[in-house]
Design a protein around this ligand. Structure first.
Ligand code: MGD
Ligand code: MGD
Ligand code: MO
Length: 633
């Protein structure tokens, strides 16, 4: 039997999928306007993950350091007893929920722990720096419909590696190119972008704001400014004054881009025709990541490409824009307005300082012990509290648990979710039964809530889904029948230059911060980029054998200095990990690339050597500003 369902993994493509529940095959839904009948290998091979030999299919309780199987009754009874005790000091409970599974029902644990007044985390492992930057500029988060890129004459892609992160955006770009659209990518190189770009400009990682400012300088020098556009902005004189006071050669030097490439980029923006600007997630994972995004948006704006078809600046939309909440339907506990928060980028440091101490941690949908900086210290910080992990695999986070609860995963349970790239809401219908004792996360939380001495009672799942659909005025029946509903939003964002700020005007950045100088002891920069084959750490053990590979340019000073006959190490101020060094063409000479997602227990995770470092906005993590060196040991 074939069933229309959807992918709930943390990816903007958010595919609608057709699953054959007997043959266990998965393909893209041909009727879905963004999926268009194809999907990536992570989706098409998901049954390998569901049926993996090492999947956890029964609750586990740690006893004398060893996990033993347990019934739900025993496991949830134990968790409820520990929660009842911890509720005397609600802040002693910490809830960590990632985006490992997305949807209306996926919110259950967040709703539940909010009702308990538990501590939560602040900041973001992913995209909040760029979101905040975009909101400061435009007033709201919005961009043109993804299909509108087909109307662009030129696309300027600031560091989005679509060959890895989004095969559907890649397909759109390739279609646009076939009909003559040209693509220029700015990135530190060594990535998949040459596959879909006519021109690649190599930049020093973390410094896009200087390149955008240098192009703005050329606009000023040419006097090539559109008064209608500038009239729709609140603070042009401030940006103009800032750029006037800067030297073109200093800006080129700061981003290490030759003046000739800056002039070419100016031509790409300034020539007649419509230019779409794409902003990747990588360039906001730097200490001035927010400012990088703001200067790129400013350039898109000054060049007159905002508010028009074929133009626009694409960072994100909100995946929740069409979905509402259902937390007001819960009975018991108290909805908390303020909660104690720990910055996610320095979880170990924050837990160590915590007063009152954290005694109970619940993690679901997040391999947090692997994915945040200084993760070895995080593993150690998880040793003392009582830790509950809801996950199907014995990853670095589950290894630290006292109780592991096995969830039903994608294709095994219902949910409804939006995308941070397109405007469809998809229905993820259950296509197969969960194995062993696995249960949907929603049911786990619901069951736990009822077991508490002072219960917290969730409504049934369908009530929550129907409530969540009210905001977008989506019919549940239509959604279930079709598998998706496209919600109407303007094809072109900010038409007539009306922005989301109360005065309707655009805001330019008013500061340009210098990039921190290079540390002579750690002169290289570590970029932990997405892997094309896997979603983050959802990688089978068989793919993590041997020593992890890092890539450098042949022009990297470390390449010539390393003795290939000896072991190589990636070293930062907090540690070292053994690596195998290979070369990548056209990579910036000071960058070191490692593909992220490997596990600590296999010696494959670079987060053991990455230091906690904040971006300039929204408490994002500046993973890519990590100084490092390579040496033989
Ligand atoms: N296959 C696969 N797809 C995924 C994911 C996955 O794990 N696997 N994860 C999903 C998620 S949650 C996310 S957030 C996205 C991430 O998607 P991407 O943004 O593509 O990925 P990143 O690894 O964050 O950033 C990589 C790109 O940024 C460039 N870059 C790095 N620093 C800079 C800089 O300072 N300036 C410029 N101009 N470019 C820079 C790199 O060269 C690289 O091309 O992918 C989503 N899709
Ligand atoms: N060094 C470095 N680290 C990074 C980044 C970086 O650039 N550099 N980027 C970051 C980014 S962009 C992101 S988005 C984060 C991602 O960080 P995570 O969200 O931790 O990523 P995953 O490894 O996909 O972990 C998701 C977990 O959810 C589990 N899961 C899947 N389905 C379900 C389900 O239905 N229920 C439950 N309960 N669990 C489920 C999976 O088994 C998996 O263990 O990592 C960040 N980490
Ligand atoms: Mo992400």
């Amino acid at each position: 039997m074939t069933i229309v369902t959807a992918c709930t993994m943390d990816c903007g493509d958010a595919c609608s999928l057709i699953v054959d529940s007997e043959k266990k095959t998965v393909r893209g839904n041909p009727n879905h306007p963004f999926t268009k009948g194809f999907c990536c290998k992570k989706g098409s091979r998901y049954f390998e993950r569901l049926e993996a030999e090492d999947r956890i299919v029964t609750p586990l309780i740690r006893e004398d350091g060893i996990f033993r199987e347990a019934s739900w009754d025993e496991a949830l009874g134990l968790v409820a007893a520990r929660l009842d005790a911890a509720r005397a000091v609600p802040e002693s409970i910490l809830h960590i929920h990632g985006h490992g599974y997305r949807g209306i029902l996926a919110k259950a644990s967040s709703v539940f722990f909010n009702r308990l007044g538990a501590s939560a985390y602040s900041g973001s492992v992913c995209d909040d720096t760029g979101i905040t930057a975009s909101e400061r500029d435009f007033g709201v988060l919005h961009h043109n419909d993804p299909e509108d890129i087909l109307n662009a004459d030129r696309v300027i892609n600031w560091g989005r590696d679509m060959t890895r992160c989004s095969i559907h955006q890649l397909a759109l770009i390739q279609k646009a190119r076939k009909k003559g659209t040209e693509v220029l990518t700015v990135s530190p190189g060594g990535d998949g972008t040459p596959e879909f770009s006519d021109v690649n400009v190599v930049i020093r990682p973390g410094t896009d704001r200087f390149l955008a400012a240098a192009v703005l300088k050329l606009y000023l020098e040419a006097g090539d400014l559109n008064p209608w556009v500038l009239n729709r902005t609140a603070n042009w004189p401030a940006l103009r004054g800032l750029i006037d006071g800067l030297k073109f050669t200093d800006l080129c030097a700061a981003c290490e881009v030759p003046a000739s490439d800056v002039e070419m980029l100016y031509d790409w923006y300034a020539d007649t025709g419509r230019v779409a600007t794409v902003i990747g997630w990588g360039l906001q994972r730097h200490v001035f990541g927010g400012e990088n995004v703001r200067f790129i948006n400013a350039l898109a704006m000054v060049s007159g490409n905002i508010g028009i078809a074929g133009g626009g600046a694409y960072f994100n939309i909100s995946s929740g824009r069409n979905l509402g909440s259902w937390d007001h339907l819960v009975k018991g506990g108290k909805q908390s307005a303020t909660r104690r928060e720990f910055w996610i980028g320095d979880l170990a440091g924050e837990l160590e300082k915590a007063d009152p101490t954290v005694d109970f941690i619940w993690v679901d949908g997040h391999n947090v012990v692997n994915q945040v900086p200084d993760c070895l210290a995080v593993a150690q910080a998880f040793a003392r509290p009582f830790v509950v992990v809801v996950d199907g695999f014995m990853n670095d986070t589950a290894m630290q648990a006292d109780v592991i609860l096995p969830p039903a995963m994608m294709f095994e349970r219902e949910d409804v979710l939006g995308s941070f790239v397109h405007n469809c809401v998809n229905h993820c219908a259950p296509a197969v039964s969960p194995p062993g004792r696995c249960r949907p996360d929603f049911d786990i939380v619901s069951d736990l809530g009822r077991r508490l001495a002072d219960p917290v009672v969730l409504p049934d799942a369908e009530t929550c889904v129907r409530e969540g659909l009210k905001k977008g005025d989506i019919s549940y029946g239509e959604l279930v029948d079709m598998g998706f509903v496209k919600v109407n939003h303007p094809q072109v964002a900010f038409e007539n230059m009306r922005f989301g700020h109360p005065d309707g005007l655009y805001r330019f950045p008013e500061d340009l911060h210098p990039e921190p100088g290079r540390d002579p002891d750690y002169p290289l920069q570590l970029l932990t980029l997405v892997s094309g084959k896997y979603l983050h750490t959802q990688i089978p053990a068989s793919q993590q054998r041997g020593v992890p590979v890092v890539w450098v340019s042949k022009r990297n000073p470390a390449w010539g200095a390393l003795d290939p006959a000896r072991d190589a190490y990636l070293v930062t101020p907090i540690g070292a990990m053994q690596v195998k060094v290979e070369t990548a063409e056209d990579l910036h000479p000071r960058a070191v690339i490692v593909r992220r997602g490997g596990w600590m227990k296999y010696g494959h995770v670079a987060n053991v050597v990455i230091q906690p470092r904040k971006t300039d906005m929204a408490g994002g993590i500046a993973y890519y500003s990590q100084p490092c060196r390579l040496e033989n040991r």
